[in-house]
Design a protein around this ligand. Structure first.
Ligand code: ZN
Length: 252
């Protein structure tokens, strides 16, 4: 399937996956943006995949469901997500438009957050971002770390489709935590050049994030040292280092 990034709101991306059979959209926060894509392609809507209940991810569901009643509406079990008619969770597989999706449960940002893998593509909602990660709104930092660890364990050429264009904004904090990281410095230069041209920094890749993203480097000595300096405590467990980084980032 061919992936298109549909910018929405200030910095969201809705992803449209097109095949000869039709279009699958991920996190359709805005129905207008999706309708425009379908009209341009002359494509029919096959399915809507939802990662979590936040309005910028589900805002277009009701209008799209009304206009495309044949489309499958897939998401996690959560009463806050109306319109979903196929509930999925950890380990479920979906076959849509010639593509097989695997579902992973990734609580932390929200308690019912899920992500979808399709071949080398990962649609991760608000869990992992370029050089950052989502805020921990409903789960615990330890839960969020488990979710991030599972993504970090995916093959390094996995393409990471994050739902927001946050990479450059995240770069500032990443450089603060990990200033000697040459791979990070190189990555920031590439992202800055892309953004100067109005190009997206998404998708990123797992291998790149493993080298550059401080939240995936909670056992790197320099990252641990930075978190210890910031908190003035020992931070023996990885989860404590992660929690310290996440709180620190919230204040920046
Ligand atoms: Zn969210």
């Amino acid at each position: 399937m061919q992936v298109s990034l549909l910018p929405a709101f200030v910095d969201n991306y809705i992803f449209a996956l097109d095949s000869t059979e039709g279009t699958v959209v991920v996190d359709p926060g805005d129905s207008t943006v999706v309708e425009r894509h379908l009209a341009t392609r002359g494509s029919r809507l096959l399915a809507m995949l939802v990662t979590h209940h936040h309005p910028d991810h589900i805002g277009g569901l009701a209008a799209l469901s009304a206009r495309h009643p044949q489309a499958r509406r897939i998401g996690p079990r959560d009463p806050r997500i109306a319109c979903v008619n196929e509930v999925v969770g950890e380990g479920d597989h979906l076959s849509i438009g010639g593509c097989n999706f695997e579902v992973m449960a990734t609580p932390g940002h929200t308690r019912s957050h899920i992500v979808y893998r399709c071949g080398k593509q990962l649609y991760c909602g608000d869990v992992l971002f370029g050089l950052g990660c989502g805020r921990v709104f409903e789960g615990s930092p330890a839960q969020m770390l488990v979710a991030l660890d599972r993504m970090a364990a995916l093959p390094e050429d996995t393409e990471v489709y994050c739902a927001h264009e946050y990479t450059l904004a995240n770069a500032r904090f990443a450089r603060m935590v990990d200033p000697e990281n040459a791979a990070l410095a190189a990555r920031v230069a590439v992202v800055r050049a892309l953004r100067d041209l109005g190009q997206p920094s998404v998708p990123t890749r797992i291998g790149l994030e493993r080298m550059c993203n401080p939240f995936l480097r909670c056992d790197a000595p320099e990252v641990v040292a930075a978190a210890r300096r910031q908190t003035g405590s020992d931070l023996v467990r990885r989860a404590d280092v992660f929690a310290a980084l996440r709180s620190w980032k919230n204040t920046c």
